[in-house]
Ligand binder design. Sequence first.
Ligand code: NAD
Length: 496
Amino acid sequence: MERIHHWIDNQLTASNPSGRSGQVFNPATGQQTGEVDFASVDVVDRAVASAKEAFATWREVSVAQRIAILFRYRELVEQNKLEIAKRLTAEHGKVISDAQGEVARGLENIEYACGAGELLKGDYTEQASRGVDVYSIRQPLGVVAGITPFNFPAMVPMWMYPNAIACGNTFVLKPSEKNPSAPLFTMELLQEAGVPAGVVNLINGDKEAVERLLAHPDVAAISFVGSTPIARNVYETATRNGKRAQALGGAKNHMIVLPDADISLAADAAVSAAYGSSGERCMAVSAVVAVGEVGDTLVDAIGSRLEKIKVGDGSDPDSEMGPLITGEHRDRVRSYIASGRDQGATVVRDGGEDDIAGQGFFLGASLLDHVTPEMDCYRDEIFGPVLSVLRVDTYTDAVTLINENPWGNGAAIFTRDGGAARQFQFDVQAGMVGINVPIPVPVSYYSFGGWKGSLFGDTHMYGPEGIHFYTKAKVVSSRWPDPATSTINLGFPQTR
Ligand code: NAD
């Protein structure tokens, strides 16, 4: 059984002073494969102290040198893509191709941070007043912390620390305790790339570690990604403690299908967006809204595709959908099929009835039709392979449904009508919008974030807003003596 430690000062910690730890499973076999140390307050304090000490020198390192390190890190992540992906599959369960996709999306964020030279440029106004120039610079905050969820253990931290350290901050990462091995491995790669000791530390743990980070006087900012109740609490506590905070929460992403849509395209999109990574994506489509007469054809098209999804161990290249993260979560997800049926939905496909061998935390693809907004399967974030179809009469009904939903991460529309698509982007209350794109995750040079219960704070993550979050502005107004009065002969006449 592997013992998983913290990473402080570019080395693994040896002891576990808290005496507390958590179990790590391979969700495909249901077997425990690791035991992860949980940080005590002392360990968190050590990590923050190390980052604080490193900040003093890291902020003096030139932008060119920081970028050179990030370029080397980018190469190392690229070379080790498969190795990282294997660790993701072993502890998260997602299929290996999906795990490689996760690393690829993380790489985009490292590449973005490699542009720090361009991103950190300030503005300059010459002669704002006679003899006075005014310019702006952006400076790092100090020690910043990231707290991340189980569903993207490598990528979500990469939304944060490449930009944070490119800006001159030092970083403390608290990844999910459910699958800590991939983020820990990336710490070794950071060291190999030349990141000095203390610039990025990683502490494993649970609520105790998070609460210490939120209270620690030397932590200047908190980036959080996870479920809505925890995101709300993290945001409120961090800001109450005077920290800058961005906290991304859960989601209920809708995909509207208008009557003129290409049904085959829409069904393919709904299947990949709802069941990819077993629905454990914050941008997964969990509610398809069929407008007008499109419902029956669409449900048939989606249902027929579900029979072909090969569910199995993610390390098997033939598997298309892996297990859920824990047995407890699998049972909770499955309960929504039963509650949907009890509350009047039509169960088109019950993945709980699939015969999947072994002790893994598997659940087959499930489809509920005639779901209504009062049902629990619609009201809650399920975070599993259960797709609900709601039927409405008009486009306006569909948009109203989305806008009345308490979450607002992603929303998509499938149509051939440009006017309808344009109206949708104008009307919809969500932070990320897809037009014939089911999972509209922005590329790394835009920023990621939802509205309503999907984001607390005013700053989205990564991209330009990430750079903004990890820096504070300073404006300098400067006046130098009139050259005419200079002691050096600049060749000016004495009076001008
Ligand atoms: P989670 O909220 O349970 O955990 C997230 C982090 O918070 C973990 O590091 C965990 O250790 C810590 N944590 C858990 N309970 C805590 C507590 N009581 N106090 C302080 N810290 C605590 O989320 P999860 O189950 O790991 O991830 C799934 C959730 O994350 C889903 O709701 C999903 O929608 C959301 N998510 C959102 C985004 C986004 O960009 N909006 C992205 C990925 C995941």
